[in-house]
Write a protein that binds this ligand. Structure first.
Ligand SMILES: [Zn+2]
Length: 301
């Protein structure tokens, strides 16, 4: 992301001591002149044509308890503040002199996708209208350049999938309900079926989200189907026996579809543990949503 005016000199290791899992490739990028910061995934940053960022809660205009870069409209925050925050996020992604269309979803913890193909949308005004429309879904898959998928989360996983051969990008919202529905697997299927992606070529990244240290499901016998009980922690490494590892569940869901383990990057940061930097619904209740953004840009930009 050299061309968006940020300095890589500000990169820091973003791992966390008590989650037992450190990903040194998941890097924070910060411009010392601004409170805004975002993270990038090591695997995804290798592709110049792909632009992506995991924003935090820092650098926006919302007041507590939404402070400050809240991009979620259905949170109770002032809509004007949310719109301003979205502009901040968008201008960070596009920089100057580039037209970008940002697709926000009304996320409903289902497994529906918005699929946007080059062949379907020819004019920029059509794309603009489409992106500005209301879409009830939990995933976006597109091969259209300069369309950016925006997933808004506070504990749920935002998953980015990218096929560098077909130049297809997916943004997926997978909370624990989405994990139960295997929306991630559905996303890989759509990339393969609609765009011809080979799962072996897909690069996957999982955002900061509810970690095994905080994913306690006391009523798991009612809420989580039996075949997923293997993701329950054994109590040896964490205090509670009713905690689940949704990061590993997602990893398995990707691998079951043929995504290669070395192409899967998990940020390994637990949002309830890190409300200094991210939003957590579980920890805070009324709060904001941080944005995870990904899209392919035109050649030469
Ligand atoms: Zn935690």
């Amino acid at each position: 992301m050299e061309n968006v005016g940020m300095e890589k000199a500000g990169m820091e290791k973003a791992g966390m001591e008590n989650v037992g899992m450190e990903n040194i490739g998941f890097c924070k990028i910060k411009d010392s002149s601004s409170p805004l910061e975002y993270y990038i995934f090591d695997h995804l940053s290798r592709y110049r044509e792909l632009r992506h960022a995991v924003f935090t809660r820092l650098g926006g205009v919302s007041s507590p308890p939404f402070d400050s870069l809240n991009t979620g409209m259905a949170t109770g925050d002032d809509p004007g503040s949310v719109m301003r925050n979205r502009e901040i996020v968008e201008s960070q992604i596009t920089g100057s002199g580039m037209e970008g269309y940002f697709l926000y979803l009304n996320q409903v913890h289902g497994r529906e996708f918005v699929v946007l193909k080059k062949d379907d949308y020819k004019s920029t005004s059509e794309m603009e209208r489409f992106c500005a429309g209301s879409h009830e879904a939990d995933g976006i898959i597109t091969d259209v350049e300069n369309i950016f998928a925006v997933i808004q989360v506070a504990d749920c996983q935002a998953v980015i999938l990218y096929d560098p051969l077909r130049r297809v990008v997916a943004g997926i919202h997978s909370g624990w309900r989405g994990s139960l529905l295997n929306i991630i697997g559905a996303g890989v299927d759509i990339m393969a079926g609609e765009f011809g992606s080979e799962p072996g070529n897909i690069i996957a990244a999982i955002s900061p989200s509810l970690g095994p240290c905080c994913a306690q499901f006391v009523n798991y016998k009612d809420e989580i189907p039996r075949h997923l009980w293997k993701y329950r922690m054994d109590g040896a490494s964490h205090n509670e026996e009713n905690n689940f590892d949704f990061w590993f569940m997602s990893r398995d869901q990707l691998m079951e579809k043929g995504v290669l383990p070395h192409n899967i990057e998990i940020a390994g940061i637990c949002t309830p543990c890190r409300v200094d930097r991210f939003y957590s619904y579980r920890n805070e209740g009324v709060t904001g949503r941080f944005a995870v953004v990904a899209g392919v840009v035109s050649e030469g930009i």
